[in-house]
Design a protein around this ligand. Structure first.
Ligand code: DX5
Ligand code: ZN
Length: 219
């Protein structure tokens, strides 16, 4: 069983008060930071580039979990790894769900010395990707449509989590199962019960007391 990890999503930081919040994160039990990269094309929002990642890594040296919501992950995964990504997840949809391209990009990420995994949007089934699971360090299930923080948790997505948990056992693998979107005091217990070991939380963490909220989810 993997240790439970909370990955606060810096998408929900108060950008008028960054330093103080990063100081709070540093003394919290968060071991990861979730870094949402959006290109305004794969999703209708624009966020951060590689220079910003480098700055965050310097200011708050946690494990950098980089979620690429971009149309060209084959181009950008290496760039984010060069700039401090410890783990890169990319959307299967951005590679037309093509298993060869997905396998090649996972191999490339590993070759560059980072951990890697796939992400699926709510309308994309997970079963077609069984053959690449052996190359995933983590599989990320979206429990909202990617693009924005603060949306409502889609509980049906937990079926994908259950499937991933069963497959992990049947195939003797050890990938993490991460969930992203709508995690709060009501939904995190459901995600843990279903088999998630890695919880992304944006607004829930940053709109409350950061350290206490993270601590609460680890109890
Ligand atoms: C949405 C992002 C999430 C977002 C989650 O596209 O991938 O990481 O920050 O935000 P909350 O936790 O507020 O739903
Ligand atoms: Zn994310």
């Amino acid at each position: 069983m993997n240790e439970i990890v909370i990955a606060p999503s810096i998408l929900s930081l108060d950008y008028s008060n960054v330093s103080a919040q990063l100081e709070e994160l540093k003394v919290s039990n968060a071991k990861w930071l979730h870094f949402d990269v959006m290109d305004g094309h794969f999703v209708p929002n624009i966020t951060f580039g590689p220079d910003i990642l480098r700055g965050f890594k310097k200011a708050c040296p946690l494990f950098m979990d980089v979620h690429l919501m971009v149309s060209d992950p084959e181009k950008y995964a290496p760039i984010f790894i060069q700039n401090g990504a410890d783990l890169v997840t990319f959307h299967t949809e951005a590679l037309d769900n093509d298993l060869n391209r997905i396998q090649n990009l996972l191999d490339e990420i590993h070759h560059l010395g980072a951990k890697g995994g796939i992400v699926v949007k709510p309308n994309t089934p997970i079963e077609p990707f069984e053959c690449v699971l052996k190359s995933c360090d983590l599989v990320l299930i979206m429990s909202v449509e990617p693009g924005f923080g603060g949306q409502k948790f889609m509980q049906d997505m937990l079926q994908k989590v259950t499937w991933l948990k069963e497959k992990r056992e049947a195939l003797h693998l050890s990938y993490r199962i991460e969930i992203d979107g709508g995690i709060n005091q009501d939904t995190y217990p459901l995600a843990l019960d279903a088999g998630c070991d890695t919880l992304v939380a944006g607004s829930y963490v940053f709109k409350n007391d950061i350290a206490k909220t993270i601590e609460g989810m680890l109890k």
